[in-house]
Design a protein around this ligand. Structure first.
Ligand code: HPA
Length: 275
């Protein structure tokens, strides 16, 4: 057995002493986007620090809790607080919880993040459904020996985000009368925000939004055959010719204000999902 499998097994073994729930849906909540937590009928909450091999969150605006419960009547497991490369974790640590989710029974993964808008037709406060991504992290969680029991050496990325779940999200938003955008997310390592020249470059290569997360989790989920749906809350406008300073305080404020739209769509998507 590989070291990774052993670590997953130890994490699962511990979690199974707390709950035998088999969640079909996993949720990862991004920066300032913990509001969905209030909507979850909680069965059990476990601190990341207690779970073997789970990294512990260092960013103050993140809580580190694994929440088991029901949302819209479905069994779910949610990560309140996630890990970023800029905190100093390697991408295997960042994505370890996604591996664990798979072994808990998760088949579909919903991921949210705060991102900057690159597409000039988008506005801060908009919710964007991720249609695809570009990995500019300069790293990949799958580098190193591959465990063929977890997934293939060269995973196909032609459907990095599930077409079926994207359609479900778009229909849900339409029925709820919430305006959504759809576009390509590019992941940068951070922690600094990008320069004007970088924003111009990122727009030129086809990105609609920029952030510092989600891509590693997506890659690992796809590696293990999970379906992924990604949401970006656009917290600031990264238009190179009209750039204003972006302050973390302002980013969190916009995220908090726009979050109820995303929460409503996520709840509706979960309600309409099969598992
Ligand atoms: N870059 C620019 N703006 C942002 C980001 C980012 O990574 N995240 C949220 N707003």
């Amino acid at each position: 057995m590989t070291e990774l499998r052993q670590k997953i097994n130890e994490a699962i073994k511990f979690i199974r002493t707390k709950t035998d729930m088999k969640p079909g849906i996993g949720i990862i909540l991004g920066t300032g986007l913990g509001g969905l937590v209030k909507e979850i009928k909680k069965e059990i909450v476990i601190d990341y620090g207690k779970i073997p091999h789970f990294p512990v969150s260092t960013v103050e605006s993140h809580h580190g809790k694994l929440i088991f419960g029901t949302l819209s009547g479905k069994n779910i497991v949610a990560m309140q607080g996630r890990f970023h490369m800029y905190e100093g974790y390697d991408l295997k640590q960042v994505t370890f919880p996604v591996r664990v989710m798979k072994f808990l029974g998760v088949e579909s993964l919903l991921i949210s993040n705060a991102a900057g808008a690159l597409n000039p037709l988008f506005q801060k406060g908009d919710v964007m459904i991720m249609s695809d991504h570009i990995n500019l992290l300069g790293d990949n969680p799958l580098i190193g020996p591959n465990d063929d029991e977890l997934g293939p050496r060269f995973p196909d990325m032609s459907e990095a985000y599930s077409k079926e779940l994207i359609a479900l999200a778009e229909q849900s938003a339409l029925d709820l009368k919430i305006r959504v955008q759809k576009g390509v997310y590019v992941a940068m390592p951070g922690p600094n925000l990008e320069t004007r020249a970088e924003y111009r470059f990122l727009r030129t290569i086809g990105a609609d939004a920029v952030g510092m997360s989600t891509v590693p989790e997506d890659i690992v989920a796809v590696h293990m055959g999970m379906k992924v749906l990604g949401f970006s809350i656009l917290t600031d406008e990264c238009f190179p010719d009209a750039l204003k300073p972006a302050l973390l305080e302002e980013i969190l404020k916009v995220a908090m204000k726009a979050e109820p739209k995303m929460t409503a769509i996520m709840k509706e998507v979960v309600k309409r999902m099969k598992n």
